[in-house]
Design a protein. Structure first.
Length: 72
């Protein structure tokens, strides 16, 4: 059975621990978003294949446009 891709909103202690554990369990953790760019990038660096969406979300909120993360 193919495991679903997962993403996280929140890269604090709990989000990082859950993402790492799910990755070790075979789940593809593909994205993370957090208001703290450093925390999101740290989690993304910890989990291979994971991308920080903070910059994309920040751009969307500043210019008022609505983007999509459908490419994931």
């Amino acid at each position: 059975m193919k495991k679903r891709k997962v993403g996280f909103i929140g890269a604090g202690k709990v989000g990082t621990a859950l993402a790492a554990r799910l990755f070790r369990g075979g789940y593809p953790v593909i994205a993370v978003a957090d208001t703290n760019l450093r925390a999101a990038e740290k989690l993304a660096d910890l989990v291979p294949g994971c991308s920080s969406l903070c910059q994309q979300l920040l751009c969307c909120s500043i210019d008022g446009s609505h983007g999509s993360i459908s490419e994931f």
